[in-house]
Design a protein around this ligand. Structure first.
Ligand SMILES: [Cu+2]
Length: 151
């Protein structure tokens, strides 16, 4: 089991290394850690594209469903809502960060423990309507978004 997980993670890493040489690059991706029995959390990252791209969907085996969300302030209250996708202009970087765009992981099948890694698959639509997928192994940080060990 352990070997299988390790080799899957290697595949994810290799793919992300290859994919970063393609149209889309994702960096600084992380998932917010959870307490036991917590079923929802967010994932954050920076997305950039050599040409204009649109994040269409995110999938992960660790959650029953995954949505792309944004947040706005309405009457002094932060409200969260689902969006169809996130446009990344050519040559620009779009940040998914607490208080704004984020990936919502719902129906978590396991606790998100800081220091562990979880798989996320991002699907992008390119300018020519082709699709490009990126499989990431994303680090889990603590509830405040800090790495468990500074390094
Ligand atoms: Cu959300």
């Amino acid at each position: 089991m352990f070997t299988r997980v390790a080799s899957l993670m290697c595949i994810a890493w290799c793919l992300s290394a290859v994919a970063s040489a393609q149209t889309v690059a994702v960096k600084d991706a992380w998932v917010r850690g959870t307490v036991p029995a917590q079923k929802v959390t967010g994932a954050f990252m920076e997305i950039s594209g050599k040409s204009a791209v649109r994040l269409l969907r995110v999938d992960s085996p660790i959650a029953a469903s995954v949505e792309i969300h944004n947040m706005t302030m309405q009457n002094g209250v932060m409200k969260m809502f689902q969006v169809d996708g996130i446009d990344v202009p050519a040559g620009k970087t779009v940040k998914l960060a607490p208080g704004g765009y984020h990936v919502m992981l719902m129906g978590l099948k396991q606790q998100m423990k800081p220091g562990e890694r979880v798989p996320l698959k991002l699907t992008f639509e390119l300018a020519d309507k082709k699709r490009e997928s990126l499989e990431l192994s994303v680090e889990v940080r603590d509830i405040a978004g800090n790495r468990p060990h500074a390094n």
